[in-house]
Write a new protein. Structure first.
Length: 333
């Protein structure tokens, strides 16, 4: 039997190249080998955005459209919306009973989230009960399918570690070996930075969206930071100090291209504007098919909704089996 993979993303709206290269492209490869469940974690979104739900439905659709465009295949993977699988909520309750409060309190990712929230909304903001349960809910997501592996970014590893602790405790308390300890599976690709050299992020205004047109992508690439010490185009450049553009070349170019560009740059034979025009074209080459597929889904939203509904039904069937077992193990009525 294939090993099971579970992962998820909060519905933050249109995704960017950081999501594509860092997470989704990895999922696309994994779906060939594993039984994959990919969740749009709308309950997780509510832990911080419970009062901003106007765009939630569209955000969910946008995320799924981006996944599909990037090659997540509903015939291979199960794509679902978290809140359409209520079994996860029930499992979350059981897990919340056996999770010591200080385990969630020391979760470093949660501490960071709390810090960011406080700085955004001032000292008056309280951390709500639901947010404290964030890693427990994530554990419930993973255990809903008794998944073996959880592909996540480095920032989520602490959560998965907590999941392993919760599994051990569950198995111990109820004297069972039903749940497997899920392993985090880090993707080995390098992180793409934003156009300004900082971490790529929606709120930093430094991202290239998967859904950006070829024109917008090219235009955004022209704003990427280069070697700041370079004044004129025949000055010798320093690819290693070219903060963004050369890093992008290393991700999107082939070995020969990277070698040529680096050489020409060092000799002052290559202007940054030209270099970035070529880079924009190169990125567009890779994104063309993805954009085309996204356009198709944008024009067929009913198909996207059908994929979500069917995926969620399928996820629920699996979830019900696990929950039947869990209820028996706990000796619920
Ligand atoms: N917390 C994850 C994030 O913000 C998203 C997520 C929700 C998730 N449920 C999950 C990831 C289960 C892995 C497994 O990126
Ligand atoms: Fe960077 Fe290209 Fe300019 Fe060299 S020529 S500094 S690699 S943008």
């Amino acid at each position: 039997m294939k090993q099971k993979i579970m992962s998820g993303m909060r519905p933050t709206g249109k995704l960017h190249l950081g999501h594509y290269l860092g997470v989704i492209d990895n999922w696309v490869r994994l779906q060939e080998e594993y039984d994959c469940y990919f969740s749009v974690a709308d309950w997780h979104a509510l832990t911080t955005k419970y009062d901003k739900t106007e765009t939630l439905q569209q955000d969910i659709l946008d995320v799924v459209m981006d996944w599909l465009a990037c090659g997540v295949d509903p015939n291979k993977s199960t794509i679902y919306v978290q809140s359409l699988v209520p079994e996860t909520a029930e499992l979350h309750i059981y897990l919340s009973m056996i999770t010591p409060q200080n385990w969630v309190e020391r979760d470093p990712t949660l501490k960071d989230m709390a810090k960011i929230l406080k700085s955004k909304e001032g000292m008056a903001s309280q951390i709500n009960y639901g947010l404290m349960g964030y890693p427990v809910l994530m554990t419930a997501d993973i255990l809903t399918f008794n998944a073996d592996l959880v592909p996540v970014g480095i920032d989520q590893v602490a959560h998965v570690e907590l999941s392993r602790d919760i599994v051990r405790r569950f198995n111990h308390i109820y004297n069972t070996d039903f749940f497997v300890e899920p392993q985090p599976k880090l993707n080995n690709c390098s992180l793409i930075c934003g156009l300004d050299g900082n971490k790529m992020g929606k709120s930093f205004n430094n991202d290239i969206k998967i859904s950006d047109s070829a024109e917008i992508t090219a235009k955004k690439v022209m704003s990427a930071i280069t070697d700041r010490s370079r004044m004129r185009k025949d000055d010798p450049g320093h690819p290693d100090e070219c903060e963004v553009a050369f890093k992008y070349w290393k991700i999107f170019g082939n070995d020969t291209e990277i070698e040529t560009i680096s050489c020409e740059c060092e000799k002052g034979l290559r202007g940054c504007a030209d270099c970035k025009r070529q880079l924009g074209a190169k990125i567009n080459e890779r994104m063309d098919k993805i954009r085309e597929r996204r356009r198709y889904y944008e024009e067929h939203p009913e198909e996207v909704k059908r994929i979500i509904e069917e995926g969620s039904l399928k996820a629920r069937e699996e979830a019900k089996k696990v929950l039947d077992e869990v209820r028996k193990i706990i000796r619920m009525y």
